[in-house]
Design a binder for this molecule. Structure first.
Ligand SMILES: [Zn+2]
Length: 432
């Protein structure tokens, strides 16, 4: 299914770490790729994290003098996620303590998810527009909030595409936020499209795995239940989220910020989206990169998004803010970074001494005007001229194409094309 169509099918659902609609989403996603479905039963515990019960809202009414003031069932965000039931009369001041709102988005309903992660704190509560909250008058209110907790299983989907190496580059997106299009069904559909494209390729150096899971909880239980020999195969990862809104890209670096995937992403963005924004681990978004990077795993995980956006964690994060072209651009960007990882290699040479690159026999000289009058040539040409002065020293079996691209501030793929010509002439060998 087209990315935007798939997004529109999933995001309006009453998603949660465990819910009937979370299960429905699994069925929808299985139509896209043959995922393996991992199941973790409610109340399973790991490091103090607990798999929640399957949670549904049955009734969610606030009445005054028998008049319905608010029906929290009207929108999937109308009741605080994982809230308890409550039936009874309360004063205005007590009611106000049980309403979550967004002052910055006064007409919107906010997404409240805290109780999924801290079930021991769970209470009854509604999410409602601030405008409604402000209008509430003193007096007595009748609350009829009925929620249901049932035993269920949290589902984590994974799909592996094998490559020449067992080393895995993983993509991760979350599917647990009710009615949130950009955060993160956009990441889910982009990741699926990337995997579909990679699947069509005849040759892949790395293996690729897509993991779609409830945020934090899903990946925590997934990693805890994956044998060490399998965990060892995960080399680098990308968390994908908020990729459909109209904004420039944001690249959040891995914990150490110096891994090969950090480097590949910077190289790609610099020459394709120079307006991209980048910052350190957890300085832009907070997702499952904390799980992948946690002690004992420490798998470098960057995060790609288009954060921030004003509709974040509210009912305004819907299909109206999703731009199909941005979804496609995101797919191409993830593939661009992957293509750098796929082709990056060290090189060895089959010659000694200075080569006459311009000899038609080699035809490896990039002709500009007379290099002795360099002042008149463009900045770009100047970079290439300098590269030609240095390039033959880089075939030492140590430096990689990405090292050279960074050092010379040259587009990786143009450089790759140039080096492939050396290889075709039999002057060098790609060794990785
Ligand atoms: Zn979120």
């Amino acid at each position: 299914m087209e990315m935007f169509e798939l997004l529109k099918r999933i995001y309006p659902l009453r998603l949660a770490p465990v819910s009937a609609d979370a299960d429905k989403t699994v069925q929808i996603l299985l139509e896209e790729l043959p995922f393996f479905v991992h199941k973790y039963p409610s109340l399973s515990e790991h490091n103090g994290w607990t798999v929640p019960y399957s949670w549904e809202v049955k009734k969610a009414e606030i009445r005054k003098n028998n008049k319905l003031i608010y029906n929290g069932l009207k929108h999937p965000l109308g009741v605080m996620g994982y809230a308890k039931s409550f039936k009874g009369k309360v004063s205005l001041s007590e009611l106000k303590q049980h309403i979550s709102f967004r002052k910055d988005l006064p007409d919107a309903i906010g997404y409240h998810c805290d109780y999924y992660y801290k079930p021991w704190r769970s209470d009854w509560g509604f999410s409602a527009p601030y405008t409604l909250f402000k209008k509430l008058k003193s007096g007595e209110y009748d609350i009829d909030l009925k929620t249901e907790y049932k035993k269920g299983t949290m589902k984590v989907l994974d799909y592996l595409l094998k490559g020449e190496k067992e080393d895995i580059i993983f993509l991760n997106a979350h599917d647990c936020h009710a009615a949130q299009a950009n955060d993160d069904i956009s990441g889910v559909v982009v990741a699926i499209e990337v995997m579909k494209t990679l699947k069509k390729r005849k040759k892949r150096k790395y293996s690729y795995k897509l993991i779609i899971a409830p945020e934090h909880l899903g990946t925590i239980f997934y990693l805890a239940n994956t044998p060490d020999r399998e965990v060892k195969k995960f080399k680098y990862g990308m968390f994908l989220e908020m990729l459909g809104n109209n904004n420039r890209f944001a690249l959040q670096q891995s914990f150490n910020g110096d891994s090969l995937i950090d480097k590949a992403a910077h190289i790609y963005f610099k020459h394709n989206f120079p307006d991209y924004y980048s910052d350190k681990f957890r300085k832009i978004v907070g997702n499952d990169e904390t799980v992948w990077e946690s002690p004992g795993y420490e798998i470098p995980c960057i995060s790609l998004s288009r954060a921030p956006y004003s509709q974040y964690h509210s009912n305004l994060d819907n299909e109206k803010i999703i731009n199909e072209d941005k979804l496609k651009e995101s797919v191409n960007t993830v593939l661009g970074i992957i293509d750098i990882l796929e082709t990056d290699t060290r090189m060895t040479r089959n010659f000694k001494g200075l080569m006459a690159l311009s000899n038609p026999k080699y035809d490896l000289y990039i002709h500009t005007i007379d290099p002795s009058i360099r002042l008149t040539i463009s900045k770009e040409q100047r970079k290439w001229n300098y590269l030609m002065d240095c390039v033959i020293r880089y075939f030492d079996g140590k430096q990689t194409i990405s090292d050279i691209a960074l050092k010379h501030d040259i587009d990786y793929f143009k450089l790759l094309d140039y080096l492939r010509k050396f290889e075709k002439k039999g002057l060098i060998n790609f060794i990785d």
